[in-house]
Design a protein. Structure first.
Length: 130
């Protein structure tokens, strides 16, 4: 039996430059070791997410694409724990996101999402005693 797949619906992506500009000017900033999170409360609207990896901050096209793919995959796995409404999120990759161990990068993303209030805790399994 395979695990259920979690996908980003394309409607959940921030795409327009004016949306990114709005998040950059109005959002709260949460700094991590390998990435930066901009979180804008957007009540009543579906949660949407965007990813930025700049040439100056990350490197050439190959490195920028790799950094965005790594962040996207980490967030894709955690997507069921992100509220379905109320946020516009932008994850900005740092150069260290290319070389960080996957678990370190995932922990960093979880830390900034939790600080923004955009990540629910892992559900506790009642069958496993603490």
């Amino acid at each position: 039996m395979t695990a259920p797949r979690h996908r980003f619906d394309s409607s959940r992506h921030l795409r327009a430059s004016r949306e990114f500009a709005r998040v950059k000017t109005e959002a709260a900033t949460f700094r991590g070791q390998h990435c930066l999170l901009l979180a804008l409360a957007h009540p009543g609207e579906p949660t949407r997410v965007g990813f930025i990896a700049s040439r100056k901050g990350v490197g050439g096209a190959v490195e920028r694409n790799r950094a965005r793919r790594r962040l996207r995959e980490i967030l894709r796995v955690r997507w069921p724990r992100v509220p379905h409404t109320g946020y516009w999120l932008v994850l900005i990759a740092h150069r260290s996101s290319l070389t960080a161990a996957h678990q370190d990068l995932a922990d960093d993303v979880e830390r900034v999402l939790a600080a923004a209030g955009a990540l629910a805790p892992i559900p506790r399994n009642p069958e496993i005693p603490e």
